[in-house]
Design a protein around this ligand. Structure first.
Ligand code: NDP
Ligand code: HEM
Length: 494
């Protein structure tokens, strides 16, 4: 609580009156000179900034990452340099398709975006609560997302658009199955896993590269809403996940996630002997082939002091890597490297990296200058060009990554469905098999409920096309969904 401070204008002039505008007598019109009235109204009119084009509804907190196991043979990243090492972070959870005011319990993937403030710079890992994604080429992202947003004609969400797109893009099947399982409606944010999802690389002190997947397993245990519970919660508390996270942290019940990685050597990735493309975002690396390796513990232990300042303005970017962690040839990751900072320059402004939550707490130096809202000293009197004869800025070749061997030819550009790339069914089928009978039945019921929303002249075609994908995933899903939708399967087969 602030006490005994004077209310002032933004320029520091004390207010003498905050509720009555200056007027010509008590019943007369207002005076143009009432600058305080102008300032209050004008600032209010500018309070809203563009919401994120996806993942607009979110919740976040600050925390700590602590190393529990030594992985320095894989990476020289300072965040992993020794057991016991602690690094501060901010994490933002989100839903994907809804607007900023939408309900937390919608059936949707959940964002799991982290910014680690490391001595080598800020490392952002911008993941989801699922290990895979709906599409494997960034050119498809905007089309796909349009199907998750409002129909341009009805201005309503449209299961017709969603299933039309998914049924025409069977590479989405793996993610769609996870979405339709009860993991599509997690019980808030504390009871779900986070995944880096993409394949990234790690580079060690000897400048050797391995490929990695990041898994953050909830220490609270997996807990989900059923479809009915999620719908009920939507009407009872739209902000259930925000409340659950905030209250638990406020009460000192700090949620934790255990970080594990999977590692694939460069030779394994390049050999092309493995039956799947390690850089395909619609596939997981089976644990049996690439076991999980323990790394550390992430804990959220501090609520933001101000939501807008710390969470609405936070800007994550998969492009933000640090020494010892690198990209991979995953095409989706490559697309995302460009997209996020571009979106943030629009959403927050050119100098968005200077907003406190986005700032690297360690030294940053470059020749970028000026632009709207530049407030960090702007390089002072130092030169604003390179090379120059005045400062002693170094470009350090020690940070150079080892060269990347590429086994590909130009024709791959066109043939994304070449051999080994077009099995969209085995992994979702494996997932269905490891579900308990209750999870399987809930998943089938959730699909039936969701697909029941398909309508219009193309309904039969869309339903049948998607049914053929479900049959190929697991006959039990196909048969269960067909029966639930009242589709005559005999007629389908003929
Ligand atoms: P494993 O049995 O070794 O791994 C299964 C994984 O699936 C576990 O990580 C488990 O996560 C997760 N899981 C269990 N139930 C569900 C569910 N209802 N919805 C989503 N995930 C679930 O087998 P594989 O590694 O061969 O994978 C089999 C299938 O499991 C894959 O095809 C994929 O769909 C799914 N999966 C695989 C992951 C991987 O990285 N290999 C990661 C997540 C899912 P938890 O420990 O949190 O329960
Ligand atoms: C947010 C683009 C795929 C996770 C965003 C934003 C954009 C975007 C523009 C808003 C950024 C902002 O305004 O700050 C894309 C593109 C993709 C893609 C072009 C594919 C080519 C993915 C994938 C994941 C993911 C595969 C997860 C594995 C997220 C998360 C956020 C986000 C978690 C919210 C970050 C936050 O909390 O601020 N995405 N995205 N996206 N995206 Fe993606």
């Amino acid at each position: 609580m602030k006490s005994h401070e004077k209310l002032t204008t933004a320029s520091g002039r004390p207010y003498v009156e905050n509720e009555n505008s200056q007027s010509v007598g008590s019943r007369g019109p207002l005076l143009l000179q009432d600058y305080i009235l102008h300032e209050k109204m004008a600032h209010f009119n500018r309070e809203r900034i563009p919401e994120r084009v996806v993942h607009a509804k979110g919740s976040g907190a600050f925390g700590t990452f602590t190393v529990t196991h030594d992985i320095t043979k894989y990476t020289k990243a300072k965040i992993f340099s020794e057991i016991g090492k602690e690094t501060k972070l901010v994490l933002r959870f989100s839903t994907v398709g809804g607007e900023r005011g939408s309900a937390d319990t919608e059936r949707d993937p959940r964002g799991f975006a982290m910014k680690f403030y490391t001595e080598d710079g800020n490392w952002d890992l911008v993941g989801n609560n699922t290990p895979v994604f709906f599409v494997k080429d960034p050119k498809k992202f905007g089309d796909f997302i349009h199907t998750q947003k409002r129909d341009p004609y009805t201005n309503m969400k449209s299961p017709t658009m969603m299933w039309d797109y998914w049924s025409l893009n069977p590479e989405s099947l793996h993610q769609v199955l996870i979405l339709m399982s009860d993991r599509g409606t997690p019980f808030g944010y504390r009871h779900m896993n986070g995944y880096g999802s993409h394949t990234y690389s790690m580079i060690n002190g000897a400048n050797e590269r391995v490929y990695v997947k990041f898994h953050f397993k909830t220490a609270q245990g997996i807990k989900n809403f059923t479809n009915e519970e999620a719908a009920e919660m939507k009407s009872r508390d739209m902000d259930f996940a925000q409340r659950d996270l905030f209250v638990n942290i406020d009460e000192g019940n700090f949620p934790q996630w255990n970080l594990q990685i999977q590692v694939m050597t460069e030779e394994q990735a390049n050999s092309q002997d493995y039956y799947l493309n390690p850089f395909d975002l619609t596939k997981v690396w089976p644990h049996g082939d690439f076991p999980l390796i323990d790394v550390g513990v992430l804990e959220l232990n501090q609520n933001p002091h101000n939501y807008f300042q710390d969470i609405e303005q936070v800007a994550f970017a998969p492009a933000h890597i640090v020494d010892g962690i690198g990209y991979s040839p995953d095409k989706m990751l490559q697309g995302r490297l460009l997209s996020y900072p571009d979106a943030q320059r629009y959403r927050l402004g050119t100098n968005y990296e200077q907003i406190p939550v986005n700032r690297c707490p360690f030294a940053t130096n470059n020749y970028q200058r000026d632009g709207q809202m530049r407030v960090d000293g702007n390089g002072g009197s130092y030169p604003n060009y390179f090379p120059n004869s005045f400062d002693e800025m170094e470009i350090d070749q020690a940070y150079k990554e080892p060269p990347l061997e590429i086994f590909s030819d130009f024709s791959d550009w066109y043939d994304r469905n070449c051999e080994g790339e077009n099995d969209h069914y085995t992994q979702p089928g494996n997932l269905f098999k490891i579900m308990t009978p209750e999870q399987q039945q809930n998943t089938i019921n959730n699909i039936i409920t969701h697909m029941s929303g398909i309508e219009g002249p193309m309904k039969e075609e869309i339903v049948n096309r998607q049914l053929s994908h479900w049959y190929r995933t697991d006959g039990r899903i196909g048969a269960g969904v067909a029966a639930g939708l009242g589709v005559d399967v005999d007629l389908l087969e003929r």
